[in-house]
Structures are given as structure tokens and as C-alpha cells.
Design a protein around this ligand. Structure first.
Ligand code: MN
Length: 743
């Protein structure tokens, strides 16, 4: 920390990808010696021998392999290990960096890693190998599978994530050797998943660089423009910046505080995003410059803050004390923004050297002094985020839910609220009392009926603010409503509610399935209480691959199978003449079937197709309107929970179903023709088609079409995805075209 530009370490030399590689002018051995030195600087008694062995093994395994740029492949693992050493990680992590691609790309097997380096390292390398062994054909599933594998591996050892971040950082720096399409895909995944993960782990420098590199690849024009503007702004203000620095330094010194002051330009992507969000021009962005005052101790941070507020006018609402209330990721610092007489303004942060070290490498600092042992509250908070992610993965049965929930978890800023006893809980921004209730305990969440915020009764959808004191009111007979999904913000609450609803639906399906089964058995005069018969049935159940009676009843309840699947061999011959089994309806479940005599309409806001997970809403006069389970319109219109009914599809009818797709593409020409040809060739008829340009200047197309059922639709989505230049194909969550004439 000697260079006054230290904070500018997001150092992108030219367009991302053109950055000189780590080994451009050094030998493998030279680079390795740098890593070794860095490692020993942070861990004077560290296991350097482990590193030496990993280096020798890795170099031998990757011998004669070259990257697309022509340099020896092993420079890549070296670069990864170099990051890990710079983040002050332990010997195991750095050694894993050196070996991370051996199992994937060389003849080395995981059991060899285990034999030579032990179980700990073998598990980390294995986690990384599994993550990279992914098929790149389907983008959404790639994300889902990647996330799942990352979480599984992280559950065992969080260092998997740290090595992966280092790997991704180097890949992003050297992205130019990939084709445009692959480059954009990696860049988008980086922006959506890895940069937010780095942020949540408190690794602010890594996050900043990942975001800027993704920015440069996804929107090169804006990136270059931003760079030029910021360079100019910085040159123009150079004298003023230095003057302010000296003024502050002097003021502190007069009070006997020996501080260091650095300044940095905030990273380009964050400035650019702010401009977009606030519809501001570059002149109006006042937060581009930030000073950082490193104070000798905690108390002098507050003294320094007071001095600055006496020197310059603070901007109201911009003061944040993350020293008393650390961020969820452990970050500590005091922030304020001040205005000068000239009208220019800047941000200024106060923290101690320890806090500053932490702010740069975040969670990685665990391994510096404490060897992975959890010691203080910020570290535990930090671990709690990791724990939340792992629970999330364990409780989400559907990987699409998992990814959606995780993205939600990563996207938001955190707020902190107090329990009645004065403990702190971190929640995402826009969290409600329901989120808070689930953060306390699952049972509190399941039974909450209302809340008091700072002593006043509020509704369950009330949005909490930083520093609120929240008390939850519960009632034993209350249970979660599907409705809550429309307003909860935390992934934890979402997952818990989804799980509850799924289990409740399953319980209903089991009881209605059992009832149907027994009714059917009575009809055929089969004596279910005969122990002998019961045994025979159990054997048949096993042959039919049902793990339990419950599973079988649930399948009947969900209308996946009929009771006769099991009963048939036990029906006396004389009874077999009975006519086709009529569709029976469960106690609480309503069958969506043209022959069942129930009045229903398919909601035009979300257009369910046969096979979708659905939910019914009883209306006056039009019978039951059938929505997709996660219809945003239904969620937003805050329907009466009493009117929600459980519905399942009846027999597949011959009808066709209206549905809509949204397709995001590269800005390639001929996209309209390619897509409509693919649709027509697959035998679907396009009802409507509309195209435009999305916010990343790619193409976006909406189409309305008719399909037979969900499988049919999934097949079509697969076909469109295969078109070159297509990034994503998704069903429109609600409806783009609205109510089409469905004759
Ligand atoms: Mn790699």
C-alpha cells in the first residue's frame, strides 16, 4: 500500500483480452518463483514443498500443450495460482490452482491426485473438473447445471469457488482467443454469476475486474467510450484531486491522526450502470471519484469523519456506517459523500488497515492468519451467506428454481434489521416481514400472520428498511400462501414457500389418490385388508418401480397413472368387463378435462399448455380459470387465496394450445427468416411474430404459436436454440400479444 493509485488496480491494459499474458516474457520457472515468493510472504511457514510438487507435476502433465495464443498451456494454471497466492490463500488452494486442469485436460486421473496430494486436494480438483465437464449446447441448463455443481463442490470446500474465480478471471483476461459467440456467453455468465459471487464474498477488486472485462466484451463501444471519458475527466481534475488529498491529510495531522489517503476512479461498469439507472449524463455523475482514508484505529475513523464533515458539506442520505453495522459479506468502512464550494462532489471512505485488507480480498483473508477457523462476527456472517447458498441448493428440487432463486439472492443489496432482542439479520433489499420470519426460523415463516416494524403493525408485504426493528406475529393455524411468492425477496423464503406448497400438494395428491384407489378396489370387490393380497400388491408395486405406497397414491392423485395399473392382475375375471374407467376426481383436486363436466378457461395472461404445472382460480360465472403455476399476472393481481384451487390436467385432449416464445439473438442478419423457417419446418404454425432490438443491441423476437402439449413445446424450443446466433429461447412469462382469438 505505497502507491497512491493503489485503488486503481482494475488495470485493463487496452481492450480486455489484449492484456499481455502473465508469461509473455517470462519462463514457466520464473513465473512459478514469483508465486512461491508471494505465497511465502503471506505464509512464512507455509508448505512450499507442496507447491513445488504441484508445480513439477502440473508442468509435466501439461507438457507439449499450447493455448490458442501459442504459449505453453501451463501458463494458464500458473496465472490462476498467481491470483490465489496474491489473494493470500493457503498452500492447498495455490497448489490446486496449479493442478486445476490436469484431470480435465491431461492423462492424470483424480485418484492420482489423491495418491500424490491427498484427499483434500483431490476433492477440490474433482469439484472443478466436474464443473468444466459441461455441455455447451443449452444455455439455460448450462447455467443451472454449473450452479448446481458449483454448490455441491462448495458444500465440501469453499476453496473450490475461490479457485474457480481465479480460473474465470484469467480466462476473462485472455478471452480474445475465443470466437465471438463463446466469448459473449462466457462474459454474460461472468456478469450474471461470477462477479456477483465475488461481490458477495467481499472480493471487491475481483468483482470490479470481472465486471469491467465482461462489459468490454459485451458492449465494446460503450466500454471504450467510458474509458476515454473517464481518462479525460481524470486528467482535467488531477490538480484538484491532489489538492483535496493534501487538505484532508493536513486537517487530520493537526488533530494528531496519522492517516494514509488514496483515491481511485470507480470501475467503469459501475459508473456506466449508474448513468443508465439514473438517466444521467457523465457530467452529473458525482460518485466517480472516491478517497480512502486509512486510519490507525477504529475510533480515529469517526474523528476523521467529523473533520471532513466540518471541512466540506456532507450530502444528505449518503452517509453509511459499515463499521458499526458491517455488510453481510463482512465489509467494514464508513462512507460519506461531500460537496465542495465549486459544486463538485466526491465520496470518501474511512477504515483501518485491517478493514482495508479485508475489503480487497474478502473471504480469502480467512486463510491468511487463522487457517480457515471462524473467528469473529464478520467471518461468521460471511459464512452464513455461503451456508444459505448451500441450503438453497439442497432444498431446491428443480434446478430452474435454484438458478432463479440464486440470481435473486445475488442481485440485491443487503439491508440489516434488528430482532426484538437486538440481534442483526441480513436480508436482501426489498425484503418483507415474511423474509424476516423465514430468516428467523422456518416455522416462524410458515405461521406468520403479521408484523410490527418499529412498534407499528404492518402488512406482510410491507417493505423493510435498513435498521428497522421487526417483530413477527404468528398463529399456529396459519400456513404459507402461494401469494407470498409474489412479494418475498430472499431466496430462502422463496425456496421454503415453494417447498411447502409442493409438499402440501403432494399430501393432497396422496390422500385423494388413496381414496380413488380404495374406491376402485371396492368397485371390483377386491379385499384390500387381506394380508396375502397386500403382499402381492407390494411386490407388483416394486415391479412397477414405485418406491412406496405413498409414491403410488401421489401418482394417482397427480393423474399420472390410474388405480388400475396396480389393480388389474387382481381383478376377478367376471368383473373385467367393466367399461372404460371414468376419470375420478380427487377430494380437493379438480381435473382440467373437457369430459369431466367442469367449466374452465385457460388464462390468456400466461397461456398454459397441457403438461404445465398449473393452478386454478375460481371466478364468478366463468368457472375455474387455469393459470401456469408461476403466472406473474396471477401473483401480481393479489388474488384471494381462498379462491386458489388445486388443479391437474385430465386426459390429453386433441386440442391445440396457444403459447408464446421470446427469442434473444445475436444481431445477425437473416434471423427472422431462420427462426420462422425452423418453426415451419417443425410443423408448427406461427400465429404472430414480432421483432426488435434488445438493450444489448442484439435481436429480440416474440412469437405466438400453437402446440399440442408441453413436450411438443420443449422440442420446438430445442430446435430454435440450435439456430446459429440464437442466445436464449424462453416462454414469455406472461403474454406479449395478449388475448389471441383462440378458435
Ligand atoms: Mn482453467
Amino acid at each position: 500500500m505505497t502507491d497512491s493509485n493503489q485503488g486503481d488496480s482494475v488495470n485493463i491494459g487496452g481492450i480486455a483480452g489484449l492484456t499481455p499474458n502473465v508469461g509473455a516474457h517470462l519462463s514457466l520457472e520464473d513465473v512459478y518463483q514469483q508465486i512461491r515468493t508471494t505465497f511465502l510472504r503471506h505464509h512464512p511457514n507455509g508448505d512450499a514443498e507442496l507447491l513445488d510438487n504441484a508445480f513439477k507435476t502440473g508442468r509435466a502433465m501439461h507438457v507439449n500443450q499450447y493455448r490458442k495464443s501459442g504459449e505453453p498451456y501451463f501458463f494458464h494454471p500458473l496465472a490462476v495460482a498467481k491470483f490465489l497466492a496474491e489473494w493470500r490463500l493457503d498452500a492447498v488452494s495455490v497448489a490446486c490452482g496449479l493442478l486445476h486442469d490436469t484431470v480435465e485436460d491431461t492423462l492424470m486421473t483424480n485418484s492420482e491426485v489423491q495418491r500424490q496430494f491427498g484427499t483434500e486436494m483431490a476433492e477440490i480438483v474433482d469439484g472443478l473438473t466436474k464443473m468444466s465437464k459441461l455441455d455447451f449446447t443449452d444455455q439455460t441448463m448450462l447455467n443451472a447445471e454449473n450452479v448446481r455443481k458449483l454448490l455441491v463442490a462448495m458444500d465440501k470446500d469453499v476453496r473450490v469457488l475461490l479457485v474457480k474465480l481465479a480460473d474465470r478471471l484469467h480466462n476473462m483476461r485472455t478471452l480474445s482467443s475465443f470466437q465471438e459467440e463463446k466469448r459473449r456467453r462466457i462474459a454474460r455468465e461472468t456478469r450474471e454469476l461470477y462477479a456477483p459471487l465475488a461481490n458477495r464474498l467481499g472480493m471487491s477488486l475481483v468483482r470490479a475486474e470481472l465486471e469491467d472485462l465482461a462489459f468490454a466484451n459485451l458492449d465494446p463501444e460503450s466500454y471504450i467510450e467510458m474509458r476515454q471519458i473517464m481518462d479525460l475527466k481524470r486528467q482535467r481534475s488531477a490538480a484538484v484531486i491532489e489538492e483535496i488529498r493534501k487538505t484532508i491529510l493536513l486537517a487530520l495531522r493537526e488533530q494528531g491522526i496519522v492517516a494514509e489517503i488514496f483515491f481511485r476512479i470507480k470501475h467503469l461498469y459501475s459508473i456506466w450502470k449508474k448513468m443508465g439507472a439514473q438517466q444521467k449524463g457523465i457530467e452529473d455523475i458525482y460518485d466517480w471519484l472516491a478517497y480512502r482514508v486509512i486510519c490507525p484505529d477504529r475510533a480515529s475513523c469517526y474523528t476523521a469523519l467529523g473533520l471532513i464533515h466540518a471541512l466540506y458539506k456532507p450530502i444528505p442520505g449518503r452517509f453509511k456506517d459499515y463499521i458499526s453495522l458491517p455488510k453481510d459479506n463482512g465489509y467494514q468502512s464508513i462512507h460519506t459523500s461531500v460537496m465542495m464550494t465549486s459544486g463538485e462532489s466526491f465520496e470518501i471512505q474511512f477504515r483501518t488497515q485491517d478493514m482495508d485488507d479485508y475489503a480487497e480480498v474478502g473471504i480469502a483473508s480467512h486463510w491468511t492468519y487463522k487457517d480457515g477457523r471462524l473467528a469473529n462476527r464478520q467471518e461468521i456472517n460471511q459464512a452464513s451467506f455461503l451456508r444459505r447458498m448451500v441450503t438453497l441448493y439442497k432444498e431446491s428440487r428443480d434446478s430452474r428454481d435454484l438458478v432463479a432463486n440464486l440470481k435473486g439472492e445475488l442481485k440485491f443489496q443487503q439491508i440489516q434489521v434488528f430482532t426484538p432482542k437486538g440481534d442483526l439479520r441480513s436480508l436482501p433489499e426489498n425484503a418483507t416481514p415474511v423474509d424476516f420470519a423465514y430468516a428467523i426460523h422456518t416455522d416462524v415463516g410458515h405461521h406468520c400472520v403479521g408484523a410490527k416494524v418499529n412498534g407499528c403493525i404492518v402488512s406482510l408485504r410491507h417493505v423493510l428498511k435498513n435498521g428497522d426493528r421487526v417483530e413477527i406475529l404468528t398463529r399456529a393455524d396459519r400456513k404459507p400462501s402461494r401469494n407470498w411468492l409474489s412479494f418475498v425477496a430472499s431466496a430462502r423464503a422463496k425456496t421454503k414457500i415453494q417447498t411447502f406448497i409442493r409438499e402440501e400438494q403432494r399430501a393432497i395428491a396422496i390422500s385423494s389418490g388413496k381414496e380413488r384407489f380404495e374406491r376402485e378396489a371396492r368397485f371390483f370387490e377386491i379385499k384390500l385388508n387381506s394380508a396375502e393380497l397386500r403382499l402381492a400388491m407390494k411386490a407388483r408395486l416394486k415391479d412397477l418401480k414405485f418406491p412406496s405406497w405413498e409414491a403410488f397414491y401421489a401418482s394417482i392423485g397427480f393423474n399420472r397413472v390410474g388405480p388400475r395399473l396396480l389393480l388389474d392382475p387382481f381383478i376377478p375375471k367376471t368383473k373385467k368387463v367393466r367399461a372404460e374407467e371414468a376419470p375420478a376426481i380427487g377430494l380437493n383436486t379438480i381435473l382440467v378435462d373437457d369430459n369431466a363436466g367442469i367449466l374452465y378457461v385457460l388464462a390468456s395472461c400466461c397461456k398454459p399448455v397441457w403438461g404445465d404445472e398449473i393452478v386454478g382460480y375460481t371466478t364468478r360465472g366463468r368457472g375455474i380459470s387455469v393459470h401456469r403455476a408461476h403466472c406473474p399476472h396471477l401473483a401480481l393481481s393479489a388474488p384471494d387465496p381462498e379462491c386458489i384451487v388445486s388443479v391437474v390436467w385430465g386426459k390429453a385432449s386433441k386440442a391445440v394450445f396457444n403459447t408464446e416464445l421470446i427469442v434473444n439473438t445475436d444481431d445477425r442478419h437473416g434471423m427472422v427468416a431462420a427462426i420462422s423457417a425452423a418453426v415451419q419446418n417443425s410443423g408448427f404454425s406461427l400465429q404472430r411474430f414480432s421483432g426488435g432490438i434488445n438493450d444489448r443491441s442484439g435481436g429480440v423476437f416474440y412469437m405466438a404459436l400453437r402446440v399440442k402439449d408441453r413436450d411438443n413445446l420443449v422440442e420446438l424450443i430445442g430446435t430454435i436454440r440450435k439456430i446459429k446466433g440464437v442466445f436464449t429461447v424462453e416462454r414469455v412469462r406472461g403474454s406479449y400479444f395478449g388475448n389471441l382469438n383462440s378458435n
